[in-house]
Design a protein around this ligand. Structure first.
Ligand SMILES: N[C@@H](CCC(=O)N[C@@H](CS)C(=O)NCC(=O)O)C(=O)O
Length: 220
């Protein structure tokens, strides 16, 4: 298997974190879809990364499908995708939410690459509203899951304990999608996070102590 990706792609990061935590060896190749010689567009009609090239030459995309495959390949290890159906739906909904935050940011990055006079400020505003709302949903959920004592720390920043996760009592794919989205927001729109979204950033910090998570952080 080879994951065709870019080091800044939050979707690829989600897959890489998932694989590392499941102890799956997932070699990666930095292969932007539109770079000369890139295999991505011949494997994936949507020409996007991540695209997983399997040993038999077939391809799997997008990131949500890749994660499902990785989970099938490693049924043991941490249960990042809960077996319980309703809990699983909850996790997948958070994955959709945080992937959606990244989708909106990716669109903004592309729009801002156009000449200023061709950019549509209202459209950019609508995309940024999705970013804000998606992050806010995660923030509220985390705040409601952390106990009052955890919230009562100097500066008002919640210090999330070991047992605070987005869904259930253990780390899941929902938390990985959160980390990918927060890291990508910091890369593309750091002003959004400045002095805000304390709970999201606390959960991210808690996970960044794990080498499997830290090593996938996007380059500055
Ligand atoms: N829904 C896709 C989104 C993938 C995506 O948008 N990737 C971006 C890079 S972060 C990309 O390849 N963009 C190139 C393009 O759209 O041409 C997934 O989860 O894998």
């Amino acid at each position: 298997m080879l994951l065709l990706m870019t080091p800044t792609s939050p979707y690829a990061r989600k897959c890489r974190m998932f694989a590392a935590l499941k102890r799956i060896d997932l070699p990666c190749a930095d292969e932007p879809p539109h770079a000369p010689g890139s295999r991505v567009s011949s494997l994936n009609p949507l020409a996007k990364v991540p695209t997983l090239l399997r040993d038999d030459g077939s391809a799997v995309f997008d990131s949500r499908v890749i994660v499902q495959l990785l989970d099938l390949l490693a049924p043991s290890g941490p249960e990042l995708l809960p077996r319980d159906p309703l809990r699983r739906i909850d996790v997948l909904r958070w994955e959709a939410t945080f992937d959606g935050v990244c989708d909106a940011l990716v669109l903004c990055v592309m729009e801002k690459r156009r000449p200023v006079e061709k950019q549509d400020p209202q459209w950019l505003e609508r995309q940024m509203a999705k970013v804000e709302a998606g992050l806010q949903a995660g923030e509220m959920a985390l705040m409601s899951r952390s106990g009052p004592v955890e919230r009562l720390v100097p500066g008002g920043a919640p210090s999330l304990t070991e047992r605070t996760w987005l869904v259930g009592a253990t780390m899941t794919l929902a938390d990985l999608a959160l980390v990918a989205a927060v890291g990508y927001t910091r890369l593309r729109a750091p002003e959004v996070l400045a002095g805000r979204f304390w709970a999201l950033q606390a959960l991210e910090a808690k996970l960044m102590v794990l080498p499997a998570i830290a090593i996938t952080a996007p380059p500055a």
